[in-house]
Design a protein around this ligand. Structure first.
Ligand code: DUC
Ligand code: ZN
Ligand code: ZN
Ligand code: ZN
Length: 458
């Protein structure tokens, strides 16, 4: 007995067309007309759009940071993902200093196991390099974690030096991995932040000033060079500036294997959010920081043209009480914004409805490209026979307003409070089973599967 989603428009990265879609068991078995068999459940979805389940390849659930952990854990984070139409997340498992890769990965399995509502995989973030780490990575890749992350910022905790970036990139390239890098010059940030605090600027306004665009642009240029020398494909996470995109576009034209991700906050918000200071400013502290007005439209252009491959969220949520620990010293404000729940709605409403993004680029950047780059395609990111039955039923006519009080994310604010959006996730299917109806989870039992991912295609 299957399920036929009938009468909707199927949206893919290469076009949209009217057709029915039939799921049998966990997968899609046909797309076309006249698919219903005796006993099938036929759902009439006239006027709706069908998207492949969203794939968010940048989340930090339950991330330990200094004295706290990010507010959304795997239960609340993946539930929020699902109600927002994201059926797969790839979270950054982290081997902190002194921890082996396998220990770091196991710690993340312990956080997620039996608690995830959507399907999930891990990247592995490394914070140091040694022969022992290098030797372990072959097993990590063959075990299904084929992408890695290194940080050029967060001096004293996550940041690594250029030698480590180079060594790690060589090894990861050799193993068929994809290297993801947080590109900001952490030494410059530390010096500038110390100067700002010494001059009396201790509030959240100091955060943005401590890490201006050149801090990112310099790191992106340096990392492009390191990755090229090392022969490793590079994926720049959360690109926030048009200047960094210029460097990426130029290196891509020259033939480098290089990919760019941005996040809704860099497309939609700007640095004026810090001007209010206090907790209102602190709520918007993340790294890289929000940028000047005028930068967002340039990023939209790069996304529309395909220079930016992926939109992911960098979901790393903190409650206002958590943010408040840094009210007297912006360096202590935990960095990060919530967003996993609203990515598809924001990109559809602010992107497709406003004419900044085609429906094809929307599906490509939010569903298909992330699945392809991170070894999950065509199982994820595609509505076609054989793919998982991960389907978002989207009603483009519904209008609603984003409110923290109504969200599933386990935090007391959202960066998009009060924003009116057009188009709403109505229901969601995960591997052929309906899991969301009318914006609510249907089942309190987590059904998310851990996904082993393939190496990066050479
Ligand atoms: N930036 C954030 O704002 N939060 C989590 C990690 C990061 O790089
Ligand atoms: Zn980062
Ligand atoms: Zn440009
Ligand atoms: Zn991140």
């Amino acid at each position: 007995m299957g399920t036929v989603l009938a009468g909707a428009t199927i949206c893919g990265s290469s076009g949209s067309f009217r057709a029915d879609l039939r799921m049998d068991g966990e997968t899609i078995d046909a797309v076309g007309f006249g698919l219903a068999r005796p006993g099938d459940d036929v759902v009439d979805l006239e006027g709706r759009l069908l998207f492949p389940g969203g794939v968010d390849v940048h989340t930090h659930f339950d991330l330990p940071l200094a004295t706290m952990s990010s507010a959304d854990d795997f239960a609340s984070g993946t539930a929020a993902a699902l109600v927002g139409g994201t059926t797969t997340v790839v979270d950054y498992a982290t081997a902190f200093r002194g921890e082996s890769p396998s220990r770091g990965i196991e710690a993340w399995h312990e956080r997620a196991r039996g608690r995830a509502f959507c399907d999930y995989g891990f990247h592995l973030a490394l914070t140091e390099w040694s022969e022992a780490v290098s030797a372990e990575l072959a097993d990590v890749v063959s075990g299904g974690i084929s992408s890695f992350k290194l940080y050029m910022a967060y001096k004293g905790s996550l940041q690594v030096d250029d030698g480590t970036l180079y060594r790690a990139a060589r090894r990861i390239g050799e193993l068929g991995g994809l290297l993801c890098v947080h590109c900001e010059n952490g030494d410059l940030v530390a010096e500038r932040a110390a100067d700002l605090v010494a001059s009396g600027l201790t509030g959240p306004e100091g955060h943005g000033r401590s890490r201006p665009p050149l801090v990112e642009i310099e790191a992106v240029r340096r990392m492009i060079a390191i990755a090229e020398l090392a022969g490793c494909p590079l994926y720049v996470v959360h690109v926030s500036t048009a200047g960094a995109m210029e460097a990426i576009v130029a290196a891509r034209r020259a033939g480098q294997s290089l990919f760019a991700e941005t996040c809704p906050q860099y497309l939609l918000l700007d640095e004026s959010r810090y001007e209010k200071g206090g907790i209102e400013g602190a709520a918007f502290v993340l790294s890289p920081p929000l940028r000047p007005v005028g930068n967002g439209p340039l990023l939209w252009g790069h996304l529309a043209r395909g220079d930016i491959d992926v939109v992911a969220t960098d979901h790393c949520s903190f409650t206002l009480a958590q943010k408040a620990v840094g009210l007297d010293d912006f360096r202590l404000i935990p960095n990060g914004l919530p967003g996993v729940e609203h990515r598809l709605s924001l990109l559809y409403s602010e992107g497709v409805v406003r004419g900044r993004l085609s429906a094809e680029r929307f599906v490509e950047s939010c569903c298909t490209a992330p699945a392809r780059l991170f070894g999950l395609y065509p199982r994820k990111g595609l509505l076609a026979p054989g793919s998982d039955g991960d389907v978002v039923v989207f009603d483009p006519r519904q209008e609603w307003t984003i409110r923290a009080s109504k969200q599933r994310q386990k935090v007391d604010s959202t960066p998009y409070e009060g924003l009116d959006v057009r188009g709403r996730v109505e229901s969601v299917y995960l591997r052929g089973r309906q899991v969301v109806e009318g914006g609510s989870l249907l089942d309190g039992t987590p059904q998310g599967l851990y996904l082993r991912r393939r190496p990066f295609p050479k």
